[in-house]
Ligand binder design. Sequence first.
Ligand code: ATP
Ligand code: MG
Length: 138
Amino acid sequence: MSNRTFTIIKPDATRKGNTGVILQMINDAGFRIAAMKMTKLSKEKAGEFYAVHAERPFYGELVEFMSSGTITAAVLEKDNAVEDFRKLIGATNPSEAADGTIRKLFAASIGENAVHGSDSNENALIEGDFFFSKLEQF
Ligand code: ATP
Ligand code: MG
């Protein structure tokens, strides 16, 4: 399954009305949407999703933010999906993100950085399955 990744359009991008333009960029970059939904994470679910960061100093802030509003979760398909999607979104800190990347264009800070992208094939599968049943992934 090295051709799939998982993304979240985060609450900041949703609030700013950037969901449509971000989905257009994802489409234009050659990704096929294999699953998609708008939803809202409880604090508990946000904490579970980012459990790998539980010991980091920004974890509380991250959980607050990720549960602060609606999000769009999606499974994306393309050759070399994980790596190519990380290139499309840019560095975690928007001030370090390359020109033309989603985070450079739409992120306000390292915390409120518009989108999530899986960091490995293994995590892409785990994260996709966190939001979607097998019947909802096409
Ligand atoms: P994501 O997993 O959301 O795609 P990433 O892989 O680029 O982002 P991670 O190191 O996995 O970066 O961090 C997860 C998220 O935690 C970041 O996207 C950001 O929202 C938040 N975060 C990371 N570092 C900081 C920090 N120093 N201060 C505040 N929030 C941070
Ligand atoms: Mg990450």
